[in-house]
Design a binder for this molecule. Structure first.
Ligand SMILES: *[C@@H]1O[C@H](CO)[C@@H](O)[C@H](O)[C@H]1NC(C)=O
Ligand SMILES: *[C@@H]1O[C@H](CO)[C@@H](O)[C@H](O)[C@H]1NC(C)=O
Ligand SMILES: *[C@@H]1O[C@H](CO)[C@@H](O)[C@H](O)[C@H]1NC(C)=O
Ligand SMILES: *[C@@H]1O[C@H](CO)[C@@H](O)[C@H](O)[C@H]1NC(C)=O
Length: 355
C-alpha cells in the first residue's frame, strides 16, 4: 500500500515528535491531494476565514482534523468506553505507548496475538499521533487520557519527562480497576512466549515479577521478597496483574501517593518503580500480594545475561522483558540477536499490520 511509503523509518524515532503535525499524523491515505498547491490554497483561505475560531485549537491541529475527519472522533473516546469495548471476560490488557515506541508495541502485539489474547488489548496512547495511528489500523483499541504529556520530554529514561510519563501509569490502572475490570499491565519492550493467564492462579489482589537478577530456586516463595540494599524490594513495575479489589486499589492509591512524596529530582533521576515498591512495602500487611515464578517471568538482567540459566529453564519462559539495557537501537539489536524481534518477518500477524 502506498500509505506505507510515507511512514517514517523506525530507526530514527526522534526526528518527528510534534504530536499534531500533519507529517507525524497517521493519515497518509491522500498525501498528494493534501499537499497539492490547490489544496494548500484552499486550506490557507479556510484558515484565514476560520482563524478567529482557532486560538484554542492551533493551526496544525486544524489541518490534522480536516485531513482525517474519521480519526478525530477518537479524541473524545473515554477510558470507560474503550475498556468496555475491549474487555473480554472482565479483563483488559493495557500498555502505555508514545510514538517512538510503536515498533515495540507492534512486536509485543504479534507475540500476544500468537497467544490469542490480542482482542483484550487496550493501548493507552500518550500522544495524539499514537491514538490516531492505532485506531486507524485497529479501531477502538487505543484511548488517550488527557492531558497528553509533553512529547518532547517524555522519552529519555531517567529524565523528569520520563518520570512524569510513567507517573500516569498507576492512575490509568486505578481508573480501570474502579470501572470493575481485571487488568494486566505490560511494558511494550516485552515479548510473550506463552500464555501468562494460567499463571495468575488463586484470587490474589496483585501479581508481579521480581526485577532482581539473582537466580532463585524453581519453587521459590510467592510472597513479597525481603527488602534489598536500599531498604526496599526490586519488584518490576513492568508487568502487573490486578483484580478489581479493595486491596489492589489501595496499592495503586499508595503508588500515586508515593510518587507525590518522592518526586523526581536531578540527584535521584528515578522512575516510577521505587514508588511502586514502597507502595507494596506499606500495604503488604493488608493486601494479598503474589510474586510470579522467576523461571516464567525473568528480568532481562537474567534472561539476556545468563545463558546457563536460560538452558536450565528451557520451556518455562512466558514473558521476556528487554530491560537492563537502555536505548531503542540496543533493545532492538538484542531482541534480534535472541530471535525475539518479530516485526521484521511477522508484521502481518499484528492487528496493526506493518507500521
Ligand atoms: C474467564 O475467566 C474465568 C475466571 O477467571 C476463567 O476460568 C475462564 O477460563 C475465562 N474464560 C475465557 C474464555 O477466557
Ligand atoms: C513534570 O511534572 C511536574 C509536576 O507536575 C512539572 O512541574 C514539570 O514541568 C513536568 N516536567 C516535564 C519535563 O514534563
Ligand atoms: C518495609 O520496609 C522496611 C524498611 O526497609 C522493612 O524493614 C520492612 O521489613 C518492609 N516490609 C515488608 C513487608 O517488606
Ligand atoms: C547463572 O545461572 C546458573 C544456573 O542457574 C547459576 O548457577 C549461576 O549462579 C548464574 N550466574 C550468575 C552470574 O548469576
Amino acid at each position: 500500500m502506498s500509505a506505507f511509503l510515507h511512514q517514517r523509518p523506525i530507526h530514527n524515532p526522534f526526528t518527528d515528535q510534534d504530536p499534531v503535525s500533519p507529517r507525524s499524523s497517521s493519515n497518509s491515505q491522500r498525501p498528494i491531494s493534501i499537499f497539492s498547491p490547490t489544496a494548500l490554497l484552499i486550506l490557507l483561505s479556510l484558515l484565514v476565514v476560520l482563524g478567529v475560531f482557532l486560538p484554542w485549537a492551533g493551526m496544525p491541529d486544524f489541518i490534522f482534523s480536516s485531513a482525517s475527519p474519521s480519526l478525530s472522533k477518537w479524541r473524545h473516546y473515554t477510558l470507560a468506553q474503550a475498556a468496555s469495548f475491549v474487555a473480554k471476560n472482565g479483563t483488559v490488557i493495557v500498555c502505555a505507548v508514545s510514538q517512538p515506541y510503536l515498533p515495540f508495541l507492534n512486536n509485543w502485539l504479534i507475540s500476544i496475538s500468537r497467544q490469542k489474547h490480542q482482542d483484550k488489548v487496550l493501548v493507552i496512547a500518550e500522544d495524539y499521533a499514537t491514538l490516531y495511528k492505532v485506531n486507524e489500523r485497529w479501531p477502538g483499541h487505543a484511548v488517550l487520557v488527557p492531558p497528553a504529556p509533553d512529547a518532547q520530554t517524555a522519552h529519555k529514561f531517567g529524565s523528569q519527562g520520563f518520570f512524569n510519563f510513567t507517573s500516569r501509569r498507576p492512575r490509568h490502572l486505578l481508573h480501570i480497576l474502579e470501572l470493575g475490570y481485571n487488568v494486566m499491565y505490560n511494558d511494550v519492550d516485552m515479548v510473550w512466549l506463552a500464555d501468562p493467564f494460567p499463571y495468575l492462579q488463586g484470587n490474589h489482589d496483585v501479581y508481579f515479577t521480581d526485577d532482581m537478577t539473582a537466580v532463585k530456586p524453581l519453587k521459590h516463595s510467592h510472597a513479597l521478597p525481603p527488602p534489598g540494599k536500599k531498604g526496599r524490594t526490586y519488584i518490576c513495575s513492568c508487568m502487573i496483574f490486578l483484580r478489581p479489589t479493595t486491596g489492589a486499589k489501595l496499592v495503586m492509591k499508595k503508588w500515586i501517593e508515593e510518587l507525590q512524596v518522592q518526586p523526581w529530582s536531578k540527584a535521584k533521576k528515578s522512575n516510577d518503580q521505587p514508588a511502586f515498591n514502597w507502595a507494596l512495602n506499606k500495604t503488604a500487611g493488608g493486601v494479598d500480594l503474589y510474586l510470579l515464578p522467576q523461571a516464567a517471568f525473568p528480568t532481562g538482567g537474567l534472561y539476556f545475561k545468563n545463558l546457563t540459566w536460560v538452558q536450565e529453564t528451557k520451556g518455562m519462559h512466558v514473558i521476556i522483558h528487554n530491560n537492563y539495557i537502555t536505548g531503542f537501537e540496543k533493545k532492538i539489536k538484542r531482541f534480534r540477536d535472541f530471535g525475539l524481534w518479530l516485526v521484521d518477518d511477522h508484521a502481518l500477524e499484528s492487528p496493526l499490520g506493518r507500521l
